[in-house]
Design a protein around this ligand. Structure first.
Ligand code: SF4
Length: 694
């Protein structure tokens, strides 16, 4: 693994940006990283990379890094630099005092999809076994929680069905609510290669992304739906498939629950779900919708890839289940070239979910009320565990405002910038007695923190990330942690400061514990990963090297379950005051809230977030290219510069959120998915006007 060669040595590790999980050779001169070179042996990327993984690693040595722990009694006090021991003793004593006064459930924590599986496992273990509560949640709450709910309900497990290689066998590809070129660039290249070779592409997206039309790529169908109408469009596609006799009856009879299918088929066949009936609502011409549904259903292999444009809605979970329904109805599950594939945003969002980061689920997606599952962890950890689900992140924030939740351990998530309704988040954080931020930089949330614990970059630790295709990739320490400790060591020390006696010496030992307690990870060891390069869970007796395609022969839950997906409009409505709809997304060179990429040369490609507005709407408002505009909603307002673009339809505006000054989440609503509380970032009624200013 560690190769002696140019320049001095190279360490193979995994990119810490998106869910593709590209492998790189980190080339070193002494202790200095000089180059990241995409590694041909990486099974997720096969020697390819994008501008983030290849060039945007300079943040690791950026002078903004905080390298010394800091504490302060109150959030308006100045920070005081202290030793690790003092910082952790301070934290432990505050957490203990809160629990003594207000009960065990008055504190909790958030795991990070940026950290390794081993680190995430330890954070949820800290909260469950040491804090004694299930108040654990993850940043997946604000992105792919609906994927977890939707795919577990229909298929039996919360993960994408295919490996990336599978796309090479697809004849028809549906991309819905995703811009792979921006969010998952290396997978996008593989997808485009297949499209250039002749596969049919259907894009379902309010924006004309470059998947719709770009050099050498042209979608056969672009369903440019009105934001917030995914479920109506997907159910209308199901209507076409059922009423035009395009169902794969053999697959459904053999593989799916008969009664649930019959109820679903009756439901989608109702005339109110016909493309013609929903055309005005969705903005999608009925003939185009019918043609797309026929193309997907009649292809030999139809594959669906989706992103946050599906999940971040008040019906995010419903839309995921509507997608699963389409795949089951057409028999597009269980072989290469088909499937339902969430394009996971962060490097380890799949892993953070797998590792038990939800308040109702232990590692491996087993409910905390499952006595047998709980017993396995109680035996391993030597403590009784709570059988009641804990608080989700939004509920923690609400409880902070009524005084019943008072302490939060935040590993690697900038709540204030990334969560909706910024004012509500700020008020909740300000109401707590102990907010602990473990991060690389003094982020926006840190202004409400009492303790700052320096984090370590992916270059500074060992561990594993699990990518969007369930592939467990090794992360290898390239250099020593600049602040002295890797994140898993910080969590271990905090646990011990609160009375535990953990003694992990290396993340490999944590993986042994994961494998022993979490069936999907059974058999996964660092030795196996060294031998295989990487593996896709589950590793079973019959497939010890992993499972590229899931649900072959049988769904994880046994029979696939169709779910009725009634379209319920979002409560967010346009009107005279807020006549336009705002939707948000990402750009290739930047990553999420930009904490890392803004501290690299990549910022030159995108040094501010712009508001895309259709030229007709701009003209009506007297807005010219690069004018400063006021963007206002029922939640709040911000200003940013406009760019005129026909990528958005009239009545729709779009922006990214990579720069904190943009304050996009001051504007977004506080509405969320009915099943998971995932915020509805993708639909906000807004007013756009020319701002005074240069
Ligand atoms: Fe690969 Fe994603 Fe990293 Fe780009 S950001 S190199 S696509 S893992």
């Amino acid at each position: 693994v560690i190769e002696q060669g140019l320049p001095d040595r190279a360490v193979v590790t995994t990119c810490a940006y998106c869910g593709v999980g590209c492998s790189f050779r980190a080339e070193m001169q002494g202790e200095t990283l000089v180059r990241m070179v995409p590694w041909k042996g990486g099974k997720a990327n096969r020697g390819h990379s994008c501008v983030k993984g290849r060039f945007a690693w300079g943040y690791a040595s950026h002078p903004d890094r905080i390298l010394t722990p800091m504490v302060r009694a109150r959030i308006d006090d100045p920070w005081c630099e202290v030793s690790w021991e003092e910082a952790l003793a301070f934290t432990a004593s505050r957490f203990r005092a809160i629990q003594a006064a207000h009960g065990k459930g008055a504190i909790g924590g958030i795991t990070s999809s940026r950290c390794t599986n081993e680190e995430t496992f330890l954070v949820q273990k800290l909260i469950r076994a040491v804090f004694g509560t299930n108040n654990v949640d993850t940043c997946a709450r604000v992105c792919h929680a609906p994927t977890g709910y939707g795919l577990k309900t229909t298929f039996g497990t919360s993960a994408g069905t295919q490996d990336f290689d599978s796309v090479a066998a697809a004849d028809v590809v549906v991309v819905i609510g995703a811009s792979p070129t921006d969010g998952h660039p290396v997978f996008a290249s593989r997808l485009k290669k297949r499209l250039r070779a002749g596969a049919t592409l259907i894009v379902i997206d309010p924006r004309r992304t470059d998947m719709v039309k770009s050099p050498h790529i042209r979608a056969a169908h672009h369903l440019a739906l009105r934001p917030g109408t995914n479920v109506a469009v997907l159910t209308a596609m199901a209507h076409v498939i059922v009423t035009e006799g395009l169902v794969d009856a053999g697959f459904v009879a053999e593989r799916c629950e008969a009664d649930a299918y019959a109820d679903w088929a009756d439901f989608v066949a109702e005339p109110r779900h016909a493309p013609e009936a929903v055309e005005r609502l969705t903005g999608v011409p009925a003939a185009e919708l019918r043609a797309a549904a026929r193309a997907y259903a009649t292809g030999v292999n139809g594959a669906i890839y989706y992103g946050l444009g599906v999940t971040e809605h008040s019906q995010g979970s419903t839309a995921v289940m509507a997608i699963a329904n389409l795949a089951m109805a057409t028999g597009n599950i269980g072989r290469p070239g088909v499937g339902v594939n969430p394009l996971r945003g962060q490097n380890n969002v799949q892993g953070s979910c797998d590792m038990g980061s939800f308040p109702h689920e232990l590692p491996g997606y087993r409910h905390v009320g499952d006595a047998a599952a709980r017993a396995a962890f109680e035996t391993a950890w030597g403590v009784p565990l709570d059988a009641e689900p804990g608080l989700r992140l939004p509920n923690m924030l609400d409880a902070a405002l009524d005084g019943s939740f008072r302490g939060l351990y935040l590993q690697g998530q900038d709540l204030l910038q990334s969560d909706p309704d910024t004012r509500h988040v700020a008020a909740a954080l300000a109401a707590m007695d102990c907010v602990v931020v473990q991060d690389l930089f003094l982020n926006e949330t840190a202004s409400y923190a009492h303790v700052f614990l320096p984090g370590a970059t992916f270059l500074e630790k060992d561990g594993t990330f699990t990518n969007a295709e369930r592939r467990i990739n090794r992360v290898r320490r390239v250099m020593a942690p600049r602040a002295g400790l890797a994140d898993w060591q910080v969590t271990q020390r905090l646990a011990n400061a609160m009375g535990a006696d953990w003694a992990y010496e290396h993340p490999a030992q944590i993986m042994e514990e994961i494998a022993a307690t979490t069936p999907a990870f059974a058999g996964v060891t660092y030795d196996l990963l060294e031998r295989e390069g990487s593996v896709q869970w589950p590793c079973t007796d019959s497939a010890p090297g992993g499972t590229p395609v899931m649900h072959a022969g049988e769904f994880v839950r046994g029979k696939g379950r169709f779910v009725i997906t009634d379209y319920i409009p979002t409560e967010e409505r346009t009107g005279p005051r807020f006549p336009m709809l705002l939707t948000t997304g990402r750009i290739l060179s930047q990553y999420n809230v930009g904490a890392q990429t803004r501290r690299t040369a990549n910022v030159a490609w995108h040094d501010e977030d712009l508001l895309e507005i259709h030229p007709h709407d701009a003209e009506q408002r007297g807005i010219a290219e690069y004018d400063l505009v006021r963007l206002a909603s029922r939640s709040g307002e911000t200003t940013l510069r406009a760019t005129l673009s026909e990528r958005v339809a009239q009545g729709v505006v779009y922006t990214t959120f990579h720069h904190p000054g943009t304050q996009a989440n001051v504007v977004t609503t506080d509405l969320s998915d009915w099943a998971t509380n995932c915020p509805e970032y993708k639909v906000t009624a807004v007013q756009v006007s020319r701002a005074n200013g240069p």
